[in-house]
Structure formats: structure tokens, C-alpha cells
Design a protein. Structure first.
Lengths: 119, 106
């Protein structure tokens, strides 16, 4: 079955760029949408954005100016970059798969989460 | 923007039925998904598209959606059902989550 393994720097200074990577095992990036979602005590779960296998991206309007999601098919990985972080970006970040390959659907597989602190 | 409203907490006696609601304007016209989250773990999908269960989710979990309220129902509640439950939908091409409901099994 498909598993997502994510990693990246956990401690950043304000103004630095957050970079996280999510590797897909047991399946392919093809035919699915891949999202990043974060969870902070103050704002709950917040969808950051998504990418599909052809590189098409959609972002949360509230973060769009600072977010880039990319995909590397040869490595079966996708990545998140969030620039100019502040303390408000402190959260657990998750990668997740869109269910059955449909856009605008549920998230059926999640990574283990990465705690990122900006301080 | 579209607002999703969940109660902060719900309590249920062991073996009884718990109902967790998610309110939103005409939410019945949207597909609603539900997640269970336990401390220190990623969310797990328990209901998708209002009422469908992913494989591996017990039949005790069911969902409905009509009017301004979507409901997750957990029958014969067990201690292992304790956790936070979140509703989720898409609005204007953005995924939105409810604030979460803490389920306590007494």
C-alpha cells in the first residue's frame, strides 16, 4: 500500500525559507493530486496547496504569494517551499494524497508530519 | 469565505451512539469528508463524500449530509474511538477544514 515519508528542516529563523520533501513508496505519483497541509494550535488544519503529476499547481489564496510546490517524477517525490517564514508559520506540516485521483476530493494517505518551528 | 462550524467537544457513553456535526451554509450541496486524529498522529480518513467508508473503517462509522449540517455518526462507541474529528470540504478550489471536535468516550 502507498506510504508517504516526509522530511525537512524543523527549526528556522524568521525570513528563512521552509523546505520539505515527501517521498511516495508503494505507488506512483501519476494520476493523483498531492497536497501539503499544516496544523497549528491557533488555526487548526490548513490546506497549503497541491500539485498533480503533470506539474499543475493550486494554492491556498492566503499563502499563494509565498508558496511553491514542485514535483520530481523520477524520484517519486514532491516538495514544498514556503518563503519568508514568521512565527505564524510554526506548525506540523503534512503531505497527503488526493483520494482516487480526483481533484476536490478527500485526502486518503498522509505523511507522518514534520514539526516546523520559526523562531 | 466559507465557514465550517464544529462543536468543541462531544461525550458519549461506552457502547452508545455519538453524533458529531459540521455546519455550513448549504453544506448539503457539497461533498463532506471526515477525519479522525489521535494525539501525535496524522489524520485518518473515516468517511468520504458524505457517507462512504474507506476500506478498513468499521461499519460503525457512518455519515450524512443535508441542508446546513453534515453529521458523522459513530455507533456502539468504543474507547478506541476517542480523538479529534475534523470535517473537510472544498470551496472555491480551496480545501477547508472544520475546527475539530474532541470525542470523549465515558
Amino acid at each position: 500500500h502507498v506510504q508517504l515519508q516526509q522530511w525537512g528542516a524543523g527549526l528556522l529563523k524568521p525570513s528563512e525559507t521552509l523546505t520539505l520533501t515527501c517521498a511516495v513508496s508503494g505507488g506512483s505519483l501519476s494520476d493523483y493530486y498531492w497536497s501539503w497541509i499544516r496544523q497549528s494550535p491557533g488555526k487548526g488544519l490548513e490546506w497549503i496547496g497541491e500539485i498533480n503529476h503533470s506539474g499543475r499547481t493550486d494554492y491556498n489564496p492566503s499563502l499563494k504569494s509565498r508558496v511553491t510546490i514542485s514535483i520530481e517524477m523520477s524520484k517519486n517525490q514532491f516538495a514544498l517551499k514556503l518563503k519568508s517564514v514568521t512565527a505564524a508559520d510554526t506548525a506540523i506540516y503534512y503531505c497527503a494524497r488526493g483520494f482516487e485521483g480526483y481533484k476536490f476530493d478527500a485526502f486518503d494517505v498522509w505523511g507522518q508530519g514534520t514539526m516546523v518551528t520559526a523562531s | 469565505s466559507y465557514d465550517l462550524t464544529q462543536s468543541l467537544s462531544v461525550s458519549v457513553a461506552l457502547g452508545q451512539t455519538a453524533r458529531i456535526t459540521c455546519g455550513g451554509n448549504n453544506i448539503g450541496s457539497k461533498n463532506v469528508h471526515w477525519y479522525q486524529q489521535k494525539p501525535g498522529r496524522a489524520p485518518v480518513l473515516v468517511i468520504y463524500r458524505d457517507s462512504r467508508r474507506p476500506s478498513g473503517i468499521p461499519e460503525r462509522f457512518s455519515g450524512s449530509n443535508s441542508g446546513n449540517t453534515a453529521t458523522l455518526t459513530i455507533s456502539r462507541a468504543q474507547a478506541g474511538d476517542e480523538g479529534d474529528y475534523y470535517c473537510q470540504l472544498w470551496d472555491s478550489s480551496t480545501a477547508l477544514f472544520g475546527g475539530g471536535t474532541r470525542l470523549t468516550v465515558l
